[in-house]
Design a protein around this ligand. Structure first.
Ligand code: F6P
Length: 422
């Protein structure tokens, strides 16, 4: 009897993570002799620990195909990090118990750097606890901060949303600036790396175009330099459009926008840099402002997804199955750029040990010398990632997204697991 596969989504979701699920399930269905059922974890690894598995074989081919254009995590995601094997052997023993009970021999985990730490730890079960499991990570994060891969599925679509939104909002501000708003601030995600903020820079197509200022987490916020730049833009263009990353820190190293709460990975919940920056423009320079926090709108915006991103997300899910069937384990498919102009990419592979917990920040030569814009090199990197449109089907004026049945797999264990959630 072929082994079953476990697949789960982890960390902050994206508008294309389900495209990876689609690629994985469709590919697995083509190999019934090697992979039995694909069981999805309800809410990531938590589904495995609590034996809360979803039987994806109950979903029609059409519904699985519709995952390609449906945003967010169809099986539920989580922020939950496995501790080390020494620290919490009980969690690993429980995973083995559940995997054994459901004849699971493949583990696919779709997430960012923290989540690939989980994949990596699970891959060590084979060696350390003697349970054979083929373990393949699948990259995902809007933050684009995974190392080695050229980009991360999810990022290209957020980048496109941010670049399109700032271009549109700038048209609005430009129309009104004579008698109304002078400053517009948009806050975007990216906890420690400024990739998403940088993408807004793609909206600059000629001299004077917005955004006039981008604030990156890689550069400490300097109030005086910033205000001088705002004033200069308003005097020159009559308005100033600013994009601020939620991860911007002051010269004291503290986030401008720490909301005071922490997630299970210990990360600060961010949000609120935009109003803070906007207020500064009013109190110090007297300019009328509007601000917006793109927040979940940006990472859920499947309607304006990048075609390149969707294709890459699908390819990562497909490659994960192919790698597993070829006997690879403790690895993750990656996107390898073979040329920028014209843009060409192919699927490559890296070791989970090299991606777990590593954050890739913006290189210094991607940020202009004054710290407020992107360089030509950065533009060359980003441009192809937002290329192409891949609209979902619409009905009644709304995108026609799929809601899966998510039928639970019958539990086989009598025992339960006391999960410690924060
Ligand atoms: O997953 C990355 C991310 O989108 C960050 O950019 C953002 O700071 C964070 O998730 C928000 O996480 P949550 O939805 O758990 O508050």
């Amino acid at each position: 009897m072929p082994k079953n596969a476990f697949y789960a989504q982890s960390g902050g979701v994206t508008s294309v993570i389900n495209a990876s699920a689609c690629g994985l399930i469709e590919t697995a269905r083509k190999h019934p002799d090697q992979i039995g059922n694909v069981y999805a974890g309800r809410n990531g690894i938590i589904g495995a620990l609590t034996e809360d598995l979803i039987d994806t074989s109950q979903e029609s081919d059409a519904d699985i195909a519709a995952l390609r254009y449906t945003p967010a995590g169809a099986f539920g995601s989580c922020r939950f990090k496995l501790k080390g094997l020494e620290e919490s052997k009980a969690e690993y023993e429980r995973l083995i118990e559940v995997f054994k009970a459901h004849n699971i021999g493949y583990f696919f985990y779709n997430g960012g750097g923290d989540s690939q730490d989980t994949s990596h730890k699970v891959s060590q079960i084979s060696e350390k606890l003697g349970y054979p499991i083929t373990c393949v990570g699948i990259p995902k994060t809007v933050d684009n901060d995974l190392p080695i891969t050229d980009t991360c599925p999810g990022f290209g679509s957020v980048a496109k949303y941010v670049a399109v939104s700032i271009k549109e909002a700038a048209f609005d501000v430009m129309s009104m600036s004579r008698t109304s708003t002078k400053v517009f601030v948009m806050e975007v995600m990216g906890r420690h790396a400024g990739w998403i903020a940088a993408a807004a820079g793609l909206a600059v197509e000629r001299e004077g175009d917005a955004p006039h200022i981008i604030l990156f987490p890689e550069r400490a916020f300097n109030k005086d330099k910033f205000l001088a730049k705002v004033d200069e833009a308003v005097k020159k263009y009559d308005f100033c459009v600013i994009v601020v990353s939620e991860g911007v820190k002051g010269e004291d190293g503290k986030f401008l926008s720490d909301a005071g709460t922490r997630d299970a990975f210990g990360h600060a919940q961010l949000g609120g840099a935009a109003p803070m920056i906007a207020n500064l423009c009013k109190s110090e320079l007297g300019y009328k402002y509007h601000w917006a926090v793109a927040d979940y709108l940006q990472r859920a915006a499947r309607h304006i997804a990048s075609k390149t991103d969707v294709e890459q997300a699908y390819a990562m899910g497909k490659a994960a199955v192919e790698f597993a069937l070829a006997g690879e384990s403790a690895v993750m498919p990656i996107i390898v750029r073979t040329s920028s102009q014209p843009y060409r990419w192919e699927v490559g592979m890296t070791n989970l040990a090299d991606v777990a917990n590593v954050e890739k920040k913006m290189p210094a030569d991607y940020i202009t010398e004054d710290g407020f814009g992107i360089t030509a090199l950065c533009r060359e990197y980003l441009q192809p990632l937002i290329a192409g449109e891949d609209y979902p089907p619409y009905s009644n004026g709304l995108p026609n997204y799929v809601r899966l049945k998510n039928v639970p797999v019958l539990k086989k264990l009598n025992s339960t697991f006391a999960l410690k959630l924060k």
